[in-house]
Each structure stands twice: as structure tokens, then as C-alpha cells.
Design a protein around this ligand. Structure first.
Ligand SMILES: *Cc1c(COP(=O)(O)O)cnc(C)c1O
Length: 421
């Protein structure tokens, strides 16, 4: 069981809503830092351990700065994410560039910033060399495909667009070695929102075995394995969070048996989690605008899919709290909707809430990752502000809400005056 709480109470949220109109995203700095330290502690046995925060989960420079201070790097996969990292002061090997279907200009930027390049395909060795030159450190992304013996947890990597096959991996490192690359990393990531801790132990095992085989066959030395992101979070109250300490300890056992024992250490463990880093510590705060009773009961919010797309996109569960009514009986069955002209613009379907009233504040939980960042402007809906609850209890705005002017910024209304029809 995971208790769904918010760091601010009704009075504090109402006060905040006076200054910053709903809807807004609120992040809890203290909880983000405590969780970051917990992750580091679970892997403290590995002296080179590093987490590269997957920027796409919450691309806000203030959040990135907080994570940088905790020793996290940045996992980028686009031009904008690279530029954002640079602006925050995260550069060089503090960045891992894990892209796919990559355009030249992104490789050029990544190499210019000194980022670790994580290649998604064997053909990109030549592509990267031609556009930006090969750096001395290169990482390759492995796709385990149909693993022998079958692994129910990993699912179907052979359907995924990412990574090298096993054969391509050996060939790829051979080519890189022959082209003069000196330093090597190995990466994989084949699942997301995984709550089963043993999955990550199996992933590390898989990479350790490969490091041994490839090192022996090619005579190259690996500096790190990157076990990817994908650590899930308990979106539902009945879900259990991943036991990080257990995962760290199990990976250590495997490391000692497979890597240290034959002298391939030190081998740094790297990770690029996004969801588990900020997800549970971000809240979408919204207000009930309307109630509607037709064939079903509907509760309409002032937020919509533009502010949090996961429920509509994946049918994802996000817990909803009606502020101040936490302890009341939850016996009002309803759909919680936004205002888009799309019937999937619903935050919850057939959810049991307390007796909701127009004007009530509601909190949509676990919106701190892949929340605001997945927002979009369909129907001309505007993305909300992002607020940060500092460790000292003060709240600061770390991104203002979009305005209609922002939305129209790419249009030239002046041109209309001379536009002939
Ligand atoms: C999305 C992504 C991540 C982060 O995934 P989470 O589920 O947020 O941990 C990390 N690495 C890559 C390559 C990704 O595409």
C-alpha cells in the first residue's frame, strides 16, 4: 500500500491558488531530494554509480538544478534537452545522449557539449563519424530481442525500435575499437514503469554477462553499464514501490560474482530514470468547474489533457484527492473530465470520490514525471504553470502558465491584412 498524500493542506493550497490560478503543477523539493539520496545510497557500494535524470520526464531547469546538486547528470534525447542541460550547467560526461533516429545537428551539438554518445544503431557509427567525428568514449544500446528461455518481465523487445541486436553489438564494438575509440559503455532499456525489482537485477545480470563476453572477445575495457530507466512508481494506492535497497544489494551480488571476481572492475553502474525521480513528488492541482448528471455522473475540472495526458494516452491510473474531503466516504461514482472536445479527455473513469462540489480543489497525484512535459496545445488549450515547494516551505514559480499570445506566437496576423483571397 502506498499512502497518497500532499505536502500542503487545504488552507495552504487555497492560499496558493489565490496567487497562482488553477490548474498548476506543484513539485516537492524536499521529497525529490530525499528520494535522490535514497537511490544513491542503494548503490553507494559502486563508487562510480551515477543517475542521469531523463530530462523528458520533467524538463524544467530548476528541477534539473536541484538534481544536479544531488550529483545527477542528464539523459537527453533531443536538441532542446541538450540545450536545456547546457543552460543548467550540466555538460561533458554529465550528459548521456540516448537518442534514436538522430539527426546530424543533434549529434553535432551532443559532441560539442562533450556528452557521452549512446548509439542506437550500428549504422550510426559511420553517421556519427561523418557528421561530428567519433569521441573517445562511446556507448551502445543493446536490444536483447527474444531472450532465450523467455523473460515474462522484459516483454517483447524484438518489437521495439531501439538498440543493436546481439550480433550487431559485437560487430559494432569491433568497428569502434578499430576506428580508435578507447573508452566504452554498454546500455539497455527495454521496459518502463516496472514495479518488479527483480527486473532491474536481471537487466544488470544481462549486461554484466555481455561485458564479460565482449571484453574477452575484443580485448576492450568497459567503463560502465547503463541499466536504463524504467523504475516504476506506485500510481495506485495498492501498488508497492520498488525496493531500491534490495535492488542495489542484489545487483552488488551479481557484480561481485560476474565482474569483480574476474578483475573487470571497476565498472560503473549508471541509470537514467525519470519517472521514479520526480513522478511521485509532483501534483496537478485543479478545481471543480462543473458537475453534470446524464447517463453517468461527470465532474468537470479546469485542467484537461493539455496538463496531464497519461490517463487519456495510456488509460493510466492517477489517484485523485478531493482536498479537505480525504476522510469522507468515497461513494460518489463519476468520470473526472477536462474540457477538450475529445471524449478521452478524462482523468478518471468510474472513480469513487467523496461528495464533490463545484469549487472544490482536487489533486491529481503522481504527475511529476511525463506530466507537464507531455502537454500539448490541441483545441488551443494552454499548458499550466509549474510551482516548486522549497525545502523552507516557500513556493516559487518555476514556469509560468502559457498565454494565448504564447500559443499564437508562430502566427503572423499582420500578414492577414495584405493576404489576398
Ligand atoms: C524515457 C526514457 C528514460 C526514462 O524512463 P522512465 O520510465 O521515466 O524512468 C530513460 N532512458 C531512455 C532512453 C528513455 O527513452
Amino acid at each position: 500500500m502506498t499512502k497518497k498524500i500532499c505536502p500542503l493542506d487545504k488552507e495552504q493550497l487555497e492560499e496558493l491558488a489565490e496567487q497562482f490560478p488553477t490548474p498548476f503543477h506543484l513539485y516537492d523539493e524536499k521529497a525529490i531530494c530525499a528520494n535522490a539520496r535514497r537511490l544513491k545510497a542503494a548503490f553507494a557500494w559502486n563508487t562510480g554509480f551515477k543517475e542521469y535524470f531523463a530530462v523528458k520526464a520533467a524538463p524544467n531547469p530548476y528541477l534539473m538544478k536541484i538534481l544536479q546538486a544531488e550529483g545527477f547528470g542528464a539523459d537527453c534525447s533531443s536538441m532542446a534537452e541538450l540545450i536545456l542541460s547546457d543552460k543548467v550547467g550540466i555538460r561533458d560526461e554529465e550528459i548521456i545522449f540516448t537518442s534514436n533516429d538522430t539527426p546530424e545537428y543533434e549529434y553535432i551539438k551532443a559532441v560539442e557539449l562533450g556528452a557521452i554518445i549512446n548509439l542506437d544503431d550500428i549504422s550510426h557509427i559511420q553517421y556519427l563519424e561523418d557528421c561530428a567525428g567519433l569521441p573517445e568514449l562511446v556507448c551502445c544500446r543493446y536490444n536483447p530481442g527474444p531472450l532465450k528461455g523467455g523473460n515474462v518481465i522484459i516483454g517483447h523487445p524484438e518489437e521495439a525500435k531501439y538498440g543493436f541486436t546481439r550480433e550487431q553489438l559485437f560487430e559494432g564494438y569491433r568497428i569502434l575499437r578499430d576506428k580508435g575509440v578507447k573508452r566504452f559503455g554498454l546500455h539497455t532499456m527495454v521496459a518502463s514503469n516496472e514495479l518488479e525489482g527483480s527486473y532491474f537485477v536481471e537487466t544488470a545480470d544481462l549486461l554484466f554477462d555481455l561485458v564479460v563476453e565482449i571484453s574477452q572477445e575484443l580485448g576492450i575495457h568497459f567503463e560502465f553499464v547503463n541499466i536504463g530507466g524504467g523504475i516504476g512508481i506506485p500510481y495506485k494506492p495498492e501498488d508497492e514501490a520498488v525496493d531500491l535497497e534490495w535492488v542495489g544489494a542484489e545487483i552488488r551480488k551479481s557484480y561481485e560474482a560476474k565482474i569483480a571476481k574476474i578483475g573487470l572492475d571497476p565498472l560503473d553502474i549508471r541509470m537514467e530514470c525519470g519517472r521514479m525521480v520526480t513522478g511521485p513528488y509532483g501534483y496537478l492541482v485543479s478545481r471543480v468547474l462543473h458537475k453534470k448528471n446524464t447517463y453517468k455522473q461527470f465532474v468537470g475540472l479546469d485542467a484537461c489533457m493539455a496538463n496531464l495526458m497519461r490517463p487519456a494516452m495510456y488509460g493510466a491510473y492517477h489517484h485523485i484527492t478531493v482536498v479537505g474531503k480525504e476522510t469522507q466516504a468515497h461513494d460518489f461514482l463519476c468520470d473526472v473530465t477536462g474540457s477538450l472536445c475529445e471524449n478521452n479527455d478524462k482523468f478518471a473513469i468510474d472513480r469513487e470520490l467523496p461528495d464533490v462540489e463545484i469549487g472544490d480543489l482536487v489533486i491529481i497525484h503522481d504527475a511529476g514525471a511525463h506530466g507537464h512535459s507531455m502537454g500539448f496545445n490541441y483545441n488551443g488549450k494552454l499548458r499550466s504553470a509549474e510551482l516548486l515547494l522549497r525545502e523552507d516551505g516557500k513556493v516559487v514559480q518555476i514556469r509560468r502558465a502559457e498565454t494565448v499570445e504564447d500559443h499564437f506566437a508562430t502566427l503572423d496576423f499582420q500578414g492577414l491584412t495584405t493576404f489576398e483571397t
